[in-house]
Design a protein around this ligand. Structure first.
Ligand code: GRF
Length: 189
């Protein structure tokens, strides 16, 4: 049985759908949920699902990104994850962290990559007058939001759409493609 660590910073809705997908004949189970924020709403959801949780508070590492990442690795490695799924983990990872989990780490990004890497993706798509927006599941490499694309889902941007209304249309698609893509990633020969 493969083990999946899920990293969050916020509400954890993607974490919940990933965790709930790993049942029955699924070849993996969630082994730990880690957050960089002690107040992340997703922590309570993980506990309610019976998943071990760990907090590594980035404010304890005042801008020392490498030491924070080392603390996260030290917290994760006792769980020996086969896959690390970033799910709204709002931290830029060091090359050392990415190398440590090379070939094992996925992320979901709320844009149709390679467009709109970084933040405020929905507003940028609206401001650019794009006809559509969406989300992408990709492997994590040293290039921020730039790894091999594994899956995408897209929606039309309607005339009255705001960043919030667009996010509300896209989040359910994230909840659909991330579990599907995680399973395919684990099952690939
Ligand atoms: C999602 O919009 C995801 O695309 C982005 O951060 C948000 C996470 O939401 N990475 P949640 O914490 O999974 O609810």
């Amino acid at each position: 049985m493969k083990k999946v660590a899920i990293l969050i910073s916020g509400s954890g809705s993607n974490m919940v759908t990933l965790a709930q997908s790993m049942t029955g004949d699924h070849p993996a189970r969630p082994c730990v949920v880690l957050s960089n924020r002690p107040d992340a709403g997703g922590l309570d959801k993980a506990r309610a699902l019976g998943i071990p949780t760990v907090v590594v508070d980035h404010t304890d590492y005042k801008g020392d990104r490498a030491t924070f990442d080392a603390a996260v690795m030290a917290a994760l490695d006792p769980y020996a994850p086969d896959v690390v799924a970033l799910a709204g983990f709002m931290r830029i990872l060091t090359p050392e962290f990415i190398a440590h989990y090379a070939g094992k780490m996925l992320n979901i990004h709320p844009s149709l990559l390679p467009k709109y890497k970084g933040l405020h993706t929905h507003q940028r798509a609206i401001d650019a007058g794009d006809a559509e927006a969406g989300c992408t599941v990709h492997e994590v490499t040293a290039e921020l939001d730039g790894g091999p694309i594994l899956a995408q889902a897209r929606v039309a941007i309607d005339a009255g759409d705001t960043a919030d209304s667009l996010a509300a249309k896209i989040l359910p698609l994230e909840h659909q493609i991330y579990p599907e893509t995680l399973r395919a990633f684990i099952e690939k020969p």
